[in-house]
Design a protein around this ligand. Structure first.
Ligand code: SF4
Length: 376
């Protein structure tokens, strides 16, 4: 099984926390659509050699594209992939791009899962994040999508916002549950270099929240969502019933994926490849049949560290069979660390999987970093 990721790099505005590659310049759209088609054609062998099960449109804001523009991408892909046979086609949408006609068009294209960046149900928070939508639009967007027949909707929330009280977070969790969506992704705010929030942080105009408050918000989120029947199948992701994100789950279990579009990453089991993070250069390089990516062959250490990181973030855990395949240095390091972490109560094991117990989920990233192997 393999996945396709398509990065749509356009946004109408820049959110204050966002460090994804994007541009607010819409003039390069038609060149981009041509370049994406060229990139699809150049990767014909990937489609021939792999059974594709998922397609994911991320960004940027994929819903900046009109239905006709999206149709042109689907047309190019359908020369290589039988899109009607895919298990999951996800599209990220911004709430204020949602209308009945747009969702109907997406369904006709084959989209069967939506991921909506809601982030908060408080307009004051949304304004501070420079989001385009307001809370009312977010609620309407979910209702429209449900009425149109999409029965696999994911919403994104952000916690750890410096200006959000615990009571407001509780209300956000309640509002999310009241929407009765099938999937919730909740990410802690991280302030990355190059974002407006980073500048505010440096100027002392924004402070990060303390660890106790972060933990309180995380524990509340997990307890309320689990109580409502959601499974915390990955540290930041919650699924109702079986409706996990298949695309991301394949990524977390080391399956192959092809990333198309500027800044998109690909993985073929051994090599990581990343496209140039510059829209006009990406378009020009593809037009001129020039190289538009960089790549590296992953070492044993790279693959081990990545599998530890992705595996321990999931409820299922890290597959112990993987350790049989690594070199002796990594194996003995892992085994020594495992003894320590089990003693500390940070790791539990069933027949096959090592996992972080529920009581230690908040410190998962710290546990993972202890397992990272560094080459001498
Ligand atoms: S969060 Fe999404 S909508 Fe906002 S700037 Fe980033 S990619 Fe664009």
């Amino acid at each position: 099984m393999a996945g396709i990721y398509i990065h749509i790099p356009f946004c109408y505005s820049r959110c204050s926390y966002c460090d994804f590659y994007k541009t607010t310049d819409q003039t390069l759209k038609s060149d981009f659509l041509e370049a994406i088609c060229d990139e699809i054609i150049l990767n014909a062998s990937f489609f021939k050699d792999n059974q594709i099960s998922t397609l994911y449109f991320g960004g940027g804001t994929p819903s900046v594209l009109s239905l006709q523009e999206l149709q042109s991408i689907f047309n190019c892909l359908s020369d290589f992939v039988n899109l009607s046979e895919l298990d999951e086609i996800t599209m990220e949408v911004n709430p204020d791009d949602v209308s009945e006609a747009y969702i109907q068009g997406l369904i006709e294209l084959g989209v069967n899962r939506l991921s909506m960046g809601i982030q908060s149900f408080f307009d004051a928070h949304l304004r501070k994040m420079n989001r385009r939508h307001n809370a009312k639009q977010a609620i309407n967007a979910v209702e429209i999508a449900k009425k149109s027949g999409i029965n696999n909707i994911s919403i994104d929330l952000i916690y750890g916002l410096p200006y959000m009280t615990f009571d407001e977070w509780k209300k956000n969790v309640k509002m999310a549950l009241d929407l009765k969506v099938e999937h919730i992704s909740a990410y802690h705010l991280t302030i990355e270099k190059g974002t407006p929030y980073y500048d505010l942080l440096k100027k002392g105009k924004l402070t990060e929240i303390n660890e106790e408050d972060s933990e309180q918000q995380f524990e509340y989120l997990v307890s309320k969502l689990e109580e409502a029947g959601f499974s915390n199948y990955e540290i930041s992701n919650f699924a109702y019933g079986k409706l996990i994100s298949q695309h991301n789950s394949n990524y977390w279990t080391g399956k192959k994926y092809l990333g198309l579009g500027p800044s998109a990453h690909s993985f073929d089991g051994k090599k990581r490849k990343w496209n140039i993070s510059h829209l006009s250069k990406y378009n020009e390089q593809l037009k001129g049949k020039q190289k538009y990516w960089d790549e590296e062959l992953l070492s044993d250490t790279d693959i081990y560290n990545e599998r530890i990181m992705l595996g321990l973030r999931t409820l299922k855990g890290f597959n112990s069979d993987f350790i049989k395949r690594v070199n002796n240095d990594i194996k003995s390091f892992f085994e020594q660390e495992l003894v320590q972490q089990i003693k500390l109560g940070n790791i539990e094991k069933d027949d096959v999987y090592y996992r972080v117990p529920k009581s230690k989920r908040f410190i998962t990233d710290r546990i993972i970093s202890d397992f990272f192997y560094i080459d001498e």
